[in-house]
Design a protein around this ligand. Structure first.
Ligand code: MN
Length: 131
């Protein structure tokens, strides 16, 4: 079980992320924009952040750069989420400090495998949940 912050402005995408993460036993924090996501990350120190790249106002890459430049949040792994399955988005997200990249729509196998690899202490979580 991990504490996971989802920063996503699209309501349907947020619902899917919350469903998949809660089904795997994780505690989910939600933010609809980069500014509130940054505040939640500092206040709650989640184990992992799912970061939509396309957000209103500050985008997810700029937000990730800020997270990585703040000692309080620099160690939190960030998974970039984007609807645009473009190789340059992948490279830009890694340059901004993201640990991994997922092209939406979310697929639970890929999401759970990434969580296991980035938050090893969370691994027991979804194994005990029957699908
Ligand atoms: Mn978006």
């Amino acid at each position: 079980m991990a504490s996971i912050l989802v920063i996503e402005d699209n309501a349907a995408n947020m619902r899917l992320a919350v469903l998949l993460l809660e089904n795997a036993g994780h505690a989910v924090l939600c933010a609809g924009d980069a500014e509130s996501g940054l505040a939640t990350a500092r206040a709650r120190a989640p184990d992992l952040i799912l970061m939509d790249i396309q957000l209103p106002g500050m985008d997810g890459l700029a937000a990730t750069t800020l997270l990585k430049s703040d000692p309080a949040t620099a160690a939190i792994p960030v998974i970039a989420l984007t609807a645009l399955a473009m190789k340059e988005d992948h490279e830009r997200s890694l340059q901004a400090g993201c640990a991994a990249y997922i092209a939406k729509p979310l697929r639970y196998q890929q999401l759970y495998a990434l969580i296991d690899s980035l938050v090893p202490s969370a691994m027991a979580g979804h194994r005990s949940v029957s699908a």
